[in-house]
Design a protein around this ligand. Structure first.
Ligand code: MRU
Length: 349
């Protein structure tokens, strides 16, 4: 297990505080849904799959102390679900995990509220376990694509910290490590919150994988130097046509990859797909506080009163994506056809 991100014990959710990495390893304890909402919004926990898992536990914590009959319980469950889903808008895993739990509870005929509560917790634990299994499958499929000694560039953090412990894009790198393949890994620093420099470099180092961190504006020169054979990143939401929202700066890399003829992959679980939307135009893009740009390093880096724009994500058009590495295999264009396999699996579950 490359990283431990969560622990749920004695009705408390413990989250590794990702704001403090790489300097200090501390944990934040959440005993209610409000604290989970706060932890998601303030990025104590981050990364679409990890936010989904935290949301499942948050739903349980939100209804654990509820007293009343089944009808009132379901009303409260919906209220807590909507509240948690509004914490961060772009990643769809949070919605997918919470909506799936609510739908399963509604199907149950059970009238004993305590057993319904237990069921919510079981479902949250199941989402946690499944995310880990899914990431490991992504790692296995991805590892088949990469050759020993290749240069790989990644953006943001799509690793154990962003999931239940193994990662998607970094899961592919861990998958290669398990197969004895050594990659030359480069990590974009990822402004403004430095998930690449702080988190990706931290967890790769912990796993004994050497990585080189670059500033985001060095990616074009790095690609031209011939050191990068493949690019792999994670995703926050994938539309039915393959357009993909991921950390701001991903789109830049995809365009550069096309110019330099480097295959550009998205590694993502089925819980990151949103088949209800036809294209990336429908993905809501979270805008975060300007202070992340103006005061990011404990000092002012922009003159007072100057405006900044801080979208947390961008959308990469599907035409720039060579393939999606998923738990159902490597899905190549045309995506309308290859996504069918994934969709069928989701409908069956
Ligand atoms: O704002 P963040 O740090 O939550 O953004 C995270 C990303 O964009 C990740 O690449 C994405 O969630 C995939 S994580 C497996």
């Amino acid at each position: 297990m490359p990283v431990r991100t969560f622990e749920f014990k004695d009705h408390r959710l413990k989250l590794l505080d990702q704001r403090k990495l790489p300097c200090v390893e501390t944990w934040v304890e959440c005993g209610n849904a409000r604290k989970v909402y706060w932890a998601i919004q303030n990025m104590v926990v981050r990364g679409a799959p990890a936010i989904g898992v935290a949301g499942g536990y948050g739903l349980y914590l939100g209804i654990a102390a509820w007293r009343g009959d089944r009808k009132c319980f379901l009303k409260e469950l919906h209220r807590v679900a909507e509240y948690l889903k509004s914490s961060r808008p772009t990643g769809v895993n949070l919605r997918n995990v919470i909506d799936a739990i609510v739908a399963r509870i509604e199907k149950k005929k059970e009238t004993d509220v305590n057993s319904l509560k237990r069921f919510v917790l079981e479902e949250a634990r199941k989402a946690h376990r499944e995310d880990d299994q899914i990431c490991r499958a992504i790692g296995r499929y991805g590892a088949k694509l990469f050759k020993n000694g290749e240069g790989v560039l990644t953006h943001c953090n799509a690793g154990g910290l962003a999931t239940s412990g193994y990662g998607t894009a970094l899961g592919v790198i861990y998958g290669c490590q398990e197969k004895g393949k050594t990659l030359d890994v480069y990590a974009d620093e990822t402004r403004p919150l430095l998930q690449g420099a702080r988190l990706t470099a931290w967890e790769l180092k912990k796993s004994g994988i050497k990585a080189t961190v670059i500033c985001d504006n060095m990616a074009a020169s790095l690609m031209r130097s011939g050191k990068i054979d493949r690019i792999v990143v994670g995703a926050d939401r994938i539309a039915a046509n393959g357009d993909t929202a991921n950390k701001i700066g991903t789109y830049n890399l995809a365009v550069l990859a096309r110019v330099h003829k480097i295959p550009f992959y998205i590694a993502a679980p089925s819980t990151t797909f949103d088949f209800k939307i036809t294209s990336g135009k429908q993905i809501p893009i979270e805008e975060r506080h300007g202070e992340e740009i103006t005061d990011g390093f404990g000092r002012k880096t922009v003159p007072l009163g100057v405006k900044v724009w801080n979208p947390a994500f961008d959308v990469t058009p599907h035409a720039y994506i060579a393939a999606f590495i998923t738990e159902a295999g490597v899905l190549r264009p045309p995506f309308s056809r290859s996504f069918k396999k994934l969709k069928a699996g989701l409908e069956m579950s």
